[in-house]
Design a protein around this ligand. Structure first.
Ligand code: FE2
Length: 465
C-alpha cells in the first residue's frame, strides 16, 4: 500500500492518541474511573436492558384492519414523556420531508419492572395507531419525541399496508419458539428469513419468544435480533408458557405490543384474538391462559366457536403455543385437543401453527398412508416448529408426515386464491419440508412436497446415554 502525506499525518495522530490513552490508563498503575460513564456500564449488555431518550424496541404489529392501519410501539427512558409518529407516503428521494408530515400522538405510559436477578428498569412505553391509510401502499414513518433534534428520533422505516380482497397472494413467515440465547443464536434465523424472503407481508411468532417472562435482557435480545425487521414487517404473536409465570402474563407484553383486543374477555386482550388478513382468518388461542384458568378455557372455546361460525374467509389459520398434537409422549395437551379439535374439524380450519416442543413435525390426524404425495379430502394440517437453539427429541407418530430434530427452522407460507404453499427452511436456506393445500370447488387436496433429505435426529449430532 502506498502511503501518501495525509495518510502519514493521520497515522501519527492515531499513534499519539494511542500513546496518550496508554499513559492515562497506566498512570500510577491505576486505571482511572470515567465519571461520565453511567452506573449502567457495570451491567453486562446494559444497552439491551436500559432505554435512552432515543427510541428502541420499535415494532409494528398487525392490526384488525391491516390494509388501513399500522400499529407501532417503542420504548424510551422516562425523561421522554410523549411519543410522536411521523408518517408520509414513501417517495423515491427525501422529498417526503418537504411536504407536510402527518403526526400521530402515541399513548405514552410510564412503566417499570424488575425481573429476578436484574436491575430495576424504568421506561416510557409508547403505542400508536396510524389509521386512514391506503391499502397496498408503502409509507415511511419514524418515531420520536416530537422535537426537532434528530438524535431523539428513530430512522425512517418503510412499511407496506396489506392489500384488500382475496385474489392477490400474500405471505407470512411463521417461527416456533425463539426462547433461548436469542441474541446469540436466534438472530441468524430471523435475519436470514428476511434475507431469503424480503417481500414477506407479516411475521408470526407462535409463543415463547423469550425464556423468563419479565427478563428485560431477554426482551432486549429479542428486539435486537430482529432489529429493523420488527419495524418494517408487521408481527403478530401468541404467548407461550414462558411469557407466563404462575398463571400471570409478563407485564411487558401489553406495553411492548399492540395486538387486537377482540378476544373473549378483558383478561385475554392481546393474547386471544382474530385478524382478517385478505382472505384468511388468523386466530390466536392463548393456550397457557387456557391451561391455567378454567374461565379462560371456557371463554376461548365459546369465542372460537362464534368466530369460526361467522367466518366468511376462504382460509383459516390458528396459532397456539401448545401443540394440539405433540411430538413426544408425555408432552400431550389433551385438554387443549379435546376442547378445540372438534371446532377445528367442524369448521375445516386449514392450518394450525404451534411451538413448545422444540422439534419439528408436520402432518394431520388421519394420516393413514404415510408417504402419500397427494391426499384427497384433506383435513387440517398441524405444524410444530422451533426457531431457537433449544432442542428436544421427538417420536415418530402416526399423524406426522415430516419430522425433524435439532434443526432451527422458519416457515414461509404463501396464501393465494386457491392455494396455500408452505416451506420450512433452515437458517442457511435449506428446504426441510414443503406442501401445498389446494382448495377448489369445495374440495381440499394436500400435496406433499417433502425434499428428498433424511430426517434430522438429535442423536446424530449429540450422543446421549
Ligand atoms: Fe413452551
Amino acid at each position: 500500500m502506498r502511503i501518501n502525506k495525509s495518510c502519514t499525518v493521520f497515522l501519527m495522530m492515531v499513534m499519539v492518541g494511542i500513546s496518550t490513552y496508554a499513559q492515562h490508563k497506566h498512570k500510577n498503575g491505576v486505571e482511572h474511573s470515567h465519571s461520565h460513564y453511567t452506573l449502567h456500564d457495570s451491567i453486562p449488555a446494559h444497552k439491551l436492558i436500559f432505554p435512552s431518550k432515543t427510541p428502541d424496541r420499535i415494532i409494528s404489529n398487525l392490526t384488525e384492519d391491516p390494509a388501513h392501519t399500522i400499529a407501532v410501539n417503542w420504548r424510551t427512558d422516562q425523561q421522554v414523556k410523549k411519543g410522536i409518529v411521523e408518517v408520509a407516503l414513501a417517495t423515491d428521494g427525501p422529498e417526503f420531508l418537504l411536504r407536510d408530515l402527518r403526526k400521530v400522538t402515541a399513548n405514552s405510559q410510564i412503566f417499570e419492572n424488575q425481573n429476578r436477578n436484574e436491575p430495576l428498569v424504568k421506561a416510557t412505553y409508547h403505542s400508536a395507531l396510524v389509521s386512514n391509510l391506503e391499502p397496498n401502499t408503502t409509507y415511511v414513518y419514524r418515531v420520536g419525541n416530537g422535537e426537532k433534534d434528530n438524535g431523539y428520533w428513530s430512522e425512517w422505516f418503510q412499511i407496506t399496508t396489506a392489500k384488500t380482497g382475496g385474489k392477490e397472494p400474500f405471505s407470512f413467515i411463521y417461527f416456533g419458539d425463539a426462547q433461548n440465547n436469542v441474541k446469540s443464536l436466534w438472530s441468524r434465523v430471523i435475519r436470514n428469513s428476511y434475507r431469503q424472503f424480503p417481500q414477506v407481508d407479516f411475521m408470526l411468532h407462535a409463543g415463547d419468544l423469550i425464556n423468563d417472562r419479565d427478563a428485560n435482557l431477554e426482551w432486549g435480545e429479542w428486539f435486537h435480533a430482529g432489529s429493523f425487521i420488527h419495524a418494517t414487517v408487521p408481527s403478530v404473536m401468541t404467548p407461550g408458557n414462558h411469557e407466563y409465570r404462575d398463571g400471570v402474563l409478563t407485564t411487558l407484553w401489553r406495553p411492548s405490543f399492540t395486538l387486537p383486543e377482540n378476544g373473549p374477555s378483558e383478561a385475554l386482550k392481546e393474547t386471544c384474538f382474530a385478524i382478517d388478513y385478505q382472505d384468511m382468518k388468523l386466530i390466536s388461542i392463548d393456550s397457557e391462559g387456557f391451561d391455567e384458568s378454567m374461565d379462560a378455557r371456557t371463554a376461548q372455546v365459546k369465542w372460537l366457536d362464534s368466530v369460526l361460525q361467522s367466518n366468511t374467509k376462504k382460509w383459516t389459520t390458528i396459532t397456539t403455543h401448545y401443540p394440539v398434537y405433540s411430538t413426544k409422549e408425555g408432552r400431550d395437551n389433551w385438554e387443549l385437543r379435546e376442547a378445540i379439535k372438534p371446532l377445528i374439524d367442524k369448521y375445516g380450519v386449514d392450518l394450525v401453527l404451534q411451538g413448545h416442543d422444540h422439534t419439528y413435525a408436520r402432518g394431520f390426524p388421519e394420516n393413514e398412508g404415510k408417504g402419500l404425495t397427494v391426499v384427497k379430502n384433506a383435513g387440517t394440517v398441524y405444524a410444530v416448529s422451533v426457531s431457537g437453539p433449544k432442542m428436544y427429541e421427538s417420536q415418530d407418530q402416526k399423524w406426522m408426515v415430516r419430522r425433524g430434530e435439532y434443526t432451527q427452522l422458519f416457515q414461509i407460507i404463501t396464501v393465494s386464491e386457491d392455494t396455500i404453499s408452505y416451506g420450512a427452511y433452515t437458517p442457511i436456506g435449506t428446504l426441510y419440508d414443503a406442501f401445498e393445500i389446494v382448495k377448489k370447488n369445495g374440495k381440499k387436496t394436500l400435496i406433499n412436497k417433502i425434499p428428498d433429505s433424511p430426517t434430522r435426529l438429535k442423536k446424530d449430532f449429540i450422543k446421549t446415554e
